[in-house]
Design a protein around this ligand. Structure first.
Ligand SMILES: [Zn+2]
Length: 424
C-alpha cells in the first residue's frame, strides 16, 4: 500500500516544479492523467476495470470497443503502474483458470462526508468502496455555521487517523442544487446554506482536492455505474424525499446542463394554483409530492379534524409527524394515510410522465424515502403515467424503485472523486 501511495505521490511531485509539497498534491490532481501513459484509452480501460472488475480482458475489449491487443497492452501498463492487479478466480473445470483484472483497492483512500437532512456521516473509504472508518453526527439542532464547523471537524478527525493521512481527496454529498465544478452549495435546505463555497473552504484548510455533488446526482451515478442498471445508457433517477430532485444519465454520461443546474425536476410546476414551494414559486412538484408535502397534507387534514392513526401515534403533536408514521399507518389501512399517499402518487405520476415525454429514457428509477411507501403509490403512479405520457415514449420505459437507498450516493461520489483524481 505504501509503495503504491508513494508512486502516486511521486507522480504528483514529478509533475510539478513547485517546492511546496502540498501544492504539488493539489495541482497534481490535474496532472495525474493518463496522457503520461498514453491517452484516453488508458482511462477508458482503467474506468472499466474499477467499475466492473474483476473483469476479463475479453470483456473489457467488448465494453470499451478497443481491440484485444490494445487492452492487453494497456492493462500491462496499468499493472506496472500499480493501479490494477490480476485476480485469479477459483478452479475452473476443463481449461485454464480465467485471469481477471481488478483495481487496486489501496490506490486511493478518500474522505467522504454525506450531509443528509438529519445527520452528517463521515467515511474513510477507498476506491474499491471498502469503508475503513465511519462516524455519524446528528445535525438537527445545529445552525448553518455549526454545521460547517462540524463538517470541518469530521474531515480533520478522519484526516488525522493513520489511514486518513493517506487520503488523496475529499468528497462531499449535499442536498439541494450545487455547482459541482466550483464546489458551491447554492442552496441546501437541510443545512440552511446559501452560496457556500465548500470546495474553496475545504481545499484551503486541508490542502486536498475537494469534489462536491448533489445527493440526487450522486445517487444516479452510483446506481448507473455500480448497480444492475449499468447497461442502460439513458435513465433518469427521480429522488423523492424531503425534496424532489433527479440525476439524468444521457448516453452513459451524467447530464449537468449548461449552468450545472439540470435535473431540478422538483421545481417544475404541476399545479399553478398549488402551495408555495421553497424556491418561491407555487405548485412545484416538490411542493405537491415530496415527503415534506406528504407530511404537510396529513398535518393539515388532522388539524382540520380528520381522524387518523397518525395523530394517535404522535399523541396529537402534529409537529412530531414523520413520513414513517404515515407509511406505518397505511400498512394497517388508515384511511387518511392511504388517501394522502394516493394524492401524492397522482402528482408523482405526472412528474414521471413529464420526464418520460422529455427524455424518452429506458428507465425511470425512483429512489429516496418515498420508496418505503411504494406499496401505496405505485399503482396510481403507473396509472397516471400511462394516461399522461405519450405511448411512443412510455412503451420503451421501465419504471422501477431503487432498493439501494443512500448507498448509491456513496458509490456515486466515490466514482466522481476517482474520476476527478485519476482522469482528464
Ligand atoms: Zn419549487
Amino acid at each position: 500500500m505504501e509503495r503504491i501511495y508513494n508512486k502516486i505521490h511521486r507522480i504528483f511531485v514529478v509533475k510539478n516544479d513547485e517546492s511546496e509539497e502540498c501544492r504539488c498534491v493539489m495541482e497534481g490532481v490535474n496532472t495525474i492523467n493518463f496522457k503520461a501513459m498514453g491517452g484516453v484509452n488508458e482511462s477508458l480501460v482503467f474506468n472499466t476495470i474499477r467499475r466492473r472488475g474483476p473483469i476479463s480482458r475479453v470483456d473489457i475489449a467488448k465494453l470499451s470497443g478497443l481491440t484485444a491487443p490494445t487492452v492487453t497492452n494497456i492493462s500491462g501498463k496499468l499493472i506496472e503502474f500499480g493501479l490494477i492487479h490480476e485476480y485469479m478466480v477459483g478452479e475452473y473445470s476443463g481449461g485454464r483458470r480465467p485471469v481477471l483484472l481488478k483495481a487496486n483497492s489501496e490506490i486511493a483512500n478518500m474522505i467522504i462526508v454525506d450531509i443528509r437532512s438529519k445527520e452528517m456521516i463521515g467515511y474513510l473509504i477507498n476506491g474499491a468502496l471498502e469503508i475503513k472508518e465511519q462516524t455519524c453526527h446528528d445535525i438537527r439542532h445545529l445552525d448553518k455555521d455549526e454545521i460547517l464547523l462540524l463538517l470541518e471537524n469530521i474531515i480533520a478527525k478522519c484526516h488525522s487517523s493513520e489511514n486518513g493521512q493517506l487520503a488523496l481527496a475529499i468528497g462531499i454529498i449535499v442536498r439541494g442544487p450545487v455547482l459541482s465544478r466550483e464546489g458551491l452549495s447554492l442552496f441546501s435546505p437541510s443545512t440552511g446554506w446559501r452560496n457556500v463555497p465548500l470546495k474553496y473552504i475545504l481545499e484551503e484548510r486541508f490542502q486536498l482536492p475537494v469534489f462536491v455533488e448533489n445527493d440526487m446526482r450522486a445517487m444516479a451515478l452510483g446506481a448507473y455505474h455500480y448497480g444492475p442498471y449499468r447497461d442502460i445508457k439513458n435513465a433518469v433517477f427521480l429522488g423523492v424525499g424531503g425534496g424532489i430532485g433527479s440525476g439524468i444519465i444521457l448516453n452513459g454520461e451524467l447530464y449537468r446542463g449548461l449552468g450545472d443546474s439540470a435535473g431540478e425536476i422538483g421545481h417544475t410546476v404541476v399545479d399553478a394554483q398549488g402551495p408555495l414551494c421553497s424556491c418561491g414559486n407555487h405548485g412545484c412538484l416538490e411542493a405537491m409530492a415530496s415527503e415534506s408535502a406528504l407530511v404537510n397534507l396529513v398535518v393539515k387534514s388532522i388539524l382540520e379534524g380528520e381522524s387518523s392513526l397518525v395523530a394517535e401515534v404522535v399523541k396529537g403533536d402534529t409537529n412530531a409527524i414523520r413520513p414513517e408514521h404515515i407509511y406505518s399507518a397505511a400498512e394497517v389501512g388508515d384511511p387518511l394515510a392511504l388517501k394522502i399517499l394516493d394524492h401524492i402518487a397522482h402528482y408523482l405520476g405526472m412528474g414521471a410522465a413529464n420526464i418520460i415525454n422529455i427524455f424518452n429514457p429506458q428507465l425511470v428509477l425512483i429512489g429516496g424515502g418515498i420508496v418505503k411507501g411504494r406499496n401505496f403509490i405505485e399503482e396510481t403512479m403507473v396509472k397516471v403515467i400511462k394516461e399522461r405520457a405519450l405511448g411512443s415514449s412510455y412503451s420503451s420505459t421501465r419504471i422501477e424503485f431503487s432498493i439501494e437507498g443512500r448507498t448509491a450516493a456513496l458509490k456515486g461520489i466515490v466514482d466522481l472523486v476517482m474520476e476527478g483524481i485519476f482522469l482528464r
